[in-house]
Design a protein around this ligand. Structure first.
Ligand code: ZN
Length: 359
């Protein structure tokens, strides 16, 4: 079977490109009725971003709490709130300003406006049946690739499961990449999130489910990440723009990840750790699985003076180690992508828990 791969419809790249959002939105409003729904990372609550946005009087503005990663419960609550404010209408556009958590929240709420039920009903592959409203991504933090990927990741606490709504309908229709928006990101956070695209791409390129296009995108994104994170200043004007592009390419390349993301998912589920930071810890104990990428990663951490204090899983309860293992080993597709169908012979319970204890 050949996969019929979809890419983002439109994109705009460059310093100051946010100023063209008004034109893009106006064109949309002239053909489709309904208010626009703006999702902003709660970081912008006390900033002046909202004042710069082309909001119409009946538009809806929502701040997304990104203290923790999106949960099924949280997404359902945002959906209920948006539905109530829409009074039965559909939005002309949905817009996300933030990093992966805000973009994924926007994507998942979009799916739930046109599909019945709850967010947990759509965790998996090709479960979304009806097209979602038109969506625009404006990343203010680079690296997750959510702006171009076909998934919206949510944590299901009750099922101890971190899994996305994988669907063509989850994708954004328009992306605006304006590097001015990442000037104020704290350095550690910039790194933890930015390096996510490096992880996606090396996990994809060292796996078994691949094609030439995905490989080309991944190779380019890995090159860009090396150029950025092995340079003197990862946050120079040029590097912030390059990281937006790497993230964009990485999101398009997102096919199947390997063993970093499953272990990272364990940390997110059990210790509520943010995705980017959890990835860093996951790779820090996989020198045997990805030796070359591990080496470069450790050099990047050192060169950019990034904090990664050890001992995070030192004194947990036995039940917590069990939960860490369970929430990691459940991701069979990515684990077998790197380790083969017999991955459980390598990733035994002792082996996996041993890795957590070394973090
Ligand atoms: Zn990731």
């Amino acid at each position: 079977m050949f996969r019929n791969a979809k890419n983002v419809g439109y994109y705009m790249i460059g310093k100051g490109s946010l100023s063209q959002l008004g034109d893009v939105l106006e064109k949309r409003r002239s053909s489709v009725k309904g208010p626009a729904v703006f999702f902003l990372d709660h970081f912008f609550r006390n900033q002046d971003l909202a004042k710069k946005l082309p909001l119409a009087p009946n538009d809806i503005l929502l701040y997304v709490d990104t203290t923790e990663e999106p949960t099924t419960h949280g997404v359902d609550a945002y959906t209920a709130q948006v539905k109530e404010e829409l009074h039965g209408a559909l939005p002309s556009a949905m817009l996300a300003f933030g990093g992966g958590s805000t973009m994924d929240t926007c994507k998942c709420v979009g799916n739930l406006l046109t599909n019945p039920g709850k967010s947990e009903d759509y965790q998996g592959w090709e479960l979304v049946k009806n097209p979602a409203p038109y969506k625009i991504a404006v990343p203010t933090l680079s690296g997750t690739g959510s702006e171009t990927s076909r998934t919206g990741i949510v944590c299901n606490e009750a099922k101890n499961l971190k899994l996305g709504m994988n669907s063509d309908f989850t994708m954004f229709d328009q992306v605006i990449l304006d590097p001015d928006l990442t000037v104020t990101v704290p350095r550690n956070q910039y790194f933890y999130t930015g390096i996510d695209t490096y992880m996606h791409c090396f996990e994809s390129i060292t796996g078994t489910y691949r094609n030439a296009v995905v490989d080309a995108l991944s190779e380019k994104a890995i090159d860009l990440c090396k150029r950025i994170f092995l340079s003197k200043d990862m946050m120079s004007d040029e590097n912030r723009e390059l990281l937006m592009i790497a993230s964009f390419l990485g999101g398009m390349a997102a096919g199947f990840v390997g063993t970093v993301h499953p272990v990272s998912a364990g940390l997110s589920m059990v210790l509520h750790m943010h995705h980017g930071l959890a990835n860093c810890y996951a790779l820090s104990v996989q020198e045997d699985i990805y030796p070359e990428y591990y080496r470069d990663f450790m050099t990047m951490i050192e060169r950019q003076r990034i904090d990664l204090p050890s001992g995070i899983c030192k004194d947990l309860e036995p039940a917590q180690y069990d939960a860490l293992y369970e929430a990691s080993i459940v991701h069979e597709k990515p684990l077998s992508n790197r380790l083969g169908p017999d991955f459980k012979k390598i990733f035994t319970k002792d082996n996996v828990i041993g890795r957590f204890k070394r973090m």
